[in-house]
Structures are given as C-alpha cells and as structure tokens.
Write a protein of this length. Structure first.
Length: 221
C-alpha cells in the first residue's frame, strides 16, 4: 500500500498498486477508483509540451472531426445553439471549437500550453468540453472542481476519455503507454464524482461522459 500518497482526485490516502510496467507504477484509489501515476513519474511541463507538439490534429481533418463528433453530436442535441461554451484543453488545433462555432455556438478557448487565456477561466458557460484532456491532468480533482464552478446551473460538462475496465485489460492497454497520460477514469470513478456533486451522469458509447449540473446550483464567483 502507498499510504503516504493521496489520490489526486478525491485526496484519499492508501492507494494500492494496480499495475506496474517497465516505465511506471499505476495506483488505484480504494475510495473513488481512479487509477493514477505517482508524481515521481510525471513529465516536466517542457517535456509534456514537447510531446503535444508532435500531435497532428488539424482543424479541417475529416477523420479528426468524425472522432470529435462522438462528443459534439450528443452535446448539440442537449444544448441548443447559440449557447456559450468553453473548449478546455483545446490544443494547438481547436477543431471541436471550430465545429461548434460553425453550428452557431459561442466558444472560448483555454489550454495551458497553447491558449493560456486567464479571462476564459473567469467567465461562466452553458457547457464546457474536455476531449482527451482529463487523462493528462496531474491535479484532476482541482481542475474538475474549477470547471464545475464555471458552469451555469443546469450546464453540461462534456468529457471524452478512454475508460478503465479491469486489471487484465489495463495490462495490455495502449492508452496507458502515453507518458503524458497520468490518470485513468472508470465508469465507477465518474459515478463517484457525480454523486459528490449531485450531477446527472450519462455515458455515451465507449468514451463520452456527460455531467449535468443541478439547475438549483449557485454559480461560483
């Protein structure tokens, strides 16, 4: 057991080893079921950005747009235009934001490396998207709490990330091999998070999670 390490999502201690490979150790929180990589294995900010600079996700790439459509389409069905939203962790080529803007939505961008606009984190939104982002967060509890606070009552947080199934599948899972991926959510983890926040939870397909903020919530700030 790793009693001295606290879960980066729920802050509980006592996570147990879930998997080890030649490069890293992966712990699983006994409270919220998050699987996470201890900080000793995290990349520096410079090394992390160098990895992201290798990505080639063009705004006009039809295949990439189809991929993002797995989140965009259910989001648009549930939140009508011209609602205002933020694409969090949009990267250097904010294709999802472009797709939603083309459909009549109002978009702000935020990315700590490519669009570090502090003004975007001081506003409130009807929806926030985070596609292939949460697995990179070294402090997922704090970051998700911040995003939740930026949502209007009844707002929607749309997340795309691959989900942990079990130890056997994890051992052969390509998703864990990306050095910038440091936390891995399961459906159980999202159920825990939704309960903590009184959120409506909807899973769509293999990797899309929609979290609805209660309509009676008081907006932070």
């Amino acid at each position: 057991m790793n009693a001295d390490l606290h879960c980066p999502l729920c802050a509980a201690s006592g996570a147990g080893v879930f998997h080890r490979d030649r490069r890293r150790e992966y712990l699983r929180c006994s409270h919220c079921a998050l699987v996470f990589v201890p900080p000793a294995y995290h990349l520096s900010a410079a090394a992390e950005k160098a990895e992201y600079d290798l990505h080639r996700n063009a705004v006009d790439d039809p295949g990439y747009r189809r991929f993002l459509g797995r989140l965009a389409e259910p989001l648009m069905q549930r939140v009508p235009a011209p609602a205002r939203g933020m694409d969090f962790g949009c990267g250097p080529g904010p294709a999802l934001a472009a797709m939603l803007a083309e459909a009549g939505y109002q978009l702000m961008l935020y990315d700590p490396f490519y669009h570090p606009d502090p003004a975007a984190l001081r506003q409130h939104y009807r929806f926030i998207t985070a596609t292939e982002v949460v697995e990179h967060l070294q402090r997922p509890g704090a970051e998700l709490q911040r995003l939740w606070g930026l949502l209007e009552p009844g707002g929607l947080l749309g997340i795309m990330t691959k989900l942990v199934r079990d130890q056997a599948a994890f051992a052969n899972w390509h998703y864990k091999n990306d050095a910038t991926h440091v936390c891995f959510f399961s459906e159980q983890t999202w159920q825990w998070w939704a309960r903590q926040h009184g959120a409506g939870l909807e899973r769509i397909g293999a990797d899309v999670i929609l979290l609805r903020k209660p309509a009676s919530c008081v907006v932070d700030g």
